[in-house]
Design a protein around this ligand. Sequence first.
Ligand code: F1P
Length: 340
Amino acid sequence: TLEGVAGITPSIFGADAESVFRKVNRILILGCGTSFYAGLTAKYWLEAIAGIPCDVEIASEYRYRVSVPHEDQLVVCISQSGETSDTLSALEHAKSLGMHMTLAICNVATSALVHNTKLHYITRAGAEIGVASTKAFTTQLAALYLMTLVFAKMRGRLTPEDEVTRLASLRHVPAAIQSVLALEPQIMGFADIFASKQNALFLGRGIHYPVALEGALKLKEISYIHAEAYPAGELKHGPLALVDSSMPVVTVAPNDRLLEKLKANMAEVSARGGELYVFADAGSSIDPSDRMHVIRLPENYGDLSPLLYVVALQLLAYHTAIVRGTDVDKPRNLAKSVTV
Ligand code: F1P
């Protein structure tokens, strides 16, 4: 999408996007599984960068909810396949409530979701071979970030310099992801340990909380290890009871304004004998120790950091599944498009 694009324009989302976006004062994002977590990530961007209120709902629940319609709300449906029944039904539910500004972020141009929405962004992640969504997630995030920049620009919150810088960062993502892929040997070391575990906890804060959710989902889906993710500050409200020396705790720890808070949460885990598997970046002030294993991503990537950390967590799930001998592409009990 960015090829030959000098600046951000609403037309990335369709010829009518500008006139539709002008009427938008709030956003509702709908999706399931990985696509829902992409939406949760976008909420942080849309509110902080574009200053636009955003709700994110699990489509399988929203479709049955009696909710309050907002005519000035853009309904954004995210789906890799565009055929997920819950997401299609949630879209119809939103329309039945009178919300007709609709946008699909979808990998399949011919899908029912694209057919039933006004505006579209086709993610072009290529064919997702595996059942568990992976590369679709990063492309969904790229689309949602572009959407954030469009709204920020239309609302006067994006200076021309900021626009250039943010687009340059986005263009650099493929190179930055290459340097995450280079961490594969170290991640395989973590996977050898995880393969014999029954459970795992994933922690993140702020915009990296949805990344933790996605990391836990990938581990569940393809290696069948019970994994749960929490915003790290929530540990003390219950999950800390689960922590002992047999519980691996994966922590997403970039060098951002929440790092010190996160370190306090990590200390709570260490004090209970928990073993920490930390994904940090070059600038994160975290020292490895006997029970604190650290893999460092080469650079801090600011607002786009989730696109990098998720790849590291996908690799952890992938290699853990390989060691356990599960079918990575066709996990038991799951379907590529959940159409029932
Ligand atoms: C949604 C989804 C995937 C998940 C699994 C089952 O699919 O929940 O996120 O990884 O494959 O379906 P979609 O609506 O994004 O196609």
